[in-house]
Design a binder for this molecule. Structure first.
Ligand code: IPE
Ligand code: IPE
Ligand code: MG
Length: 249
């Protein structure tokens, strides 16, 4: 039987895949367990996604791990998620380095506990020279926060005379986002059968192909990633043009 992975055209890989990792709570509930059990089991899926993307040669993988809205969850769930982050950073740093993965983080670092920020900065620094997969973790992230922050930073630079207001175009604006220098995602995957963006990368997803799967995040494996990529490769991306126009320059 042909494996899903063999159906992937290596010459047409999405350069950047973003994933909204959703469904941990429901996965645990189905098992009569606490939501936190679902988050713990989501770590296997994170490793599978990172390994799977790295093996294929995908250049960027962004994982939505914690939204700004998630701060409204019960405190014990937030604490458990933060603990999981710390233990995952501790246990996975070596693997990231060995596998040539570069770590980046997007989100409001000021709202995270300083001990976690320090750890993240350390791993970001230790992996900054790596040339394989760039793993971007969205932590305490919200797209509207990111866009409003960009506007504020631009206002500062206009006020100080660093740039002129009339010079701001889409390209310049994008440089003030947390993803400056990162190409936009070509493929977005959301698990758990929800069909929404939940305040994720609203600017960057303007022309991204979306793939929704009912699979709950803790059940997500490399095969699911392969399936999403195969589906992506069957699509025609027109960027506003007609189908016929795509075949000429
Ligand atoms: C995703 O799973 C993980 C985070 C948002 C941190 P959920 O915790 O949202 O799981 P469901 O959607 O309640 O099943
Ligand atoms: C989105 O999932 C955030 C993350 C995956 C980190 P949520 O479960 O928080 O989103 P909603 O509340 O269902 O939109
Ligand atoms: Mg959810």
């Amino acid at each position: 039987m042909t494996e899903m992975k063999d159906k992937i055209d290596k010459n047409k890989l999405p350069g950047h895949i973003a994933i909204i990792m959703d469904g941990n709570g429901r996965w645990a509930k189905e098992r009569g367990s606490h939501r936190i059990f679902g988050h713990q089991n989501g770590i296997t899926a994170v490793k599978q996604a990172v390994e799977g993307a790295g093996e294929l040669g995908v250049k960027y993988l962004t994982l939505y791990a914690f939204s700004k809205e998630n701060w409204c969850r019960p405190q014990e769930e937030i604490d458990a998620l933060l603990d999981l982050m710390v233990s995952s950073i501790n246990s996975e740093t070596k693997a990231l380095i060995e596998n040539n993965v570069r770590l980046l983080v997007i989100g409001d670092m000021d709202s995270l506990p300083p001990a976690i920020v320090d750890k993240l900065i350390d791993v970001i620094d230790r992996t900054k020279g790596n040339t394989g997969l760039t793993l971007i973790v969205a932590l305490s992230y919200s797209a509207r926060w990111e866009i409003a922050r960009a506007a504020r930073l631009i206002a500062d630079d206009v006020r100080s005379g660093k740039i002129a207001g009339e010079d701001i175009d889409e390209e310049k604006f994008a440089h003030y986002l947390a993803t400056a220098d990162v190409p936009d995602p070509e493929l977005l995957i959301r698990t758990s059968g929800e069909y929404r963006l939940s305040n994720f990368m609203l600017w960057q997803l303007a022309y991204t192909e979306m793939y929704f799967t009912p699979t709950l995040w803790p059940d997500f494996r490399k095969e699911h990633l392969h399936r999403a990529i195969v589906d992506f490769q069957k699509r025609e991306r027109r960027f506003g043009k007609t189908s016929e126009q795509l075949n000429c320059d």
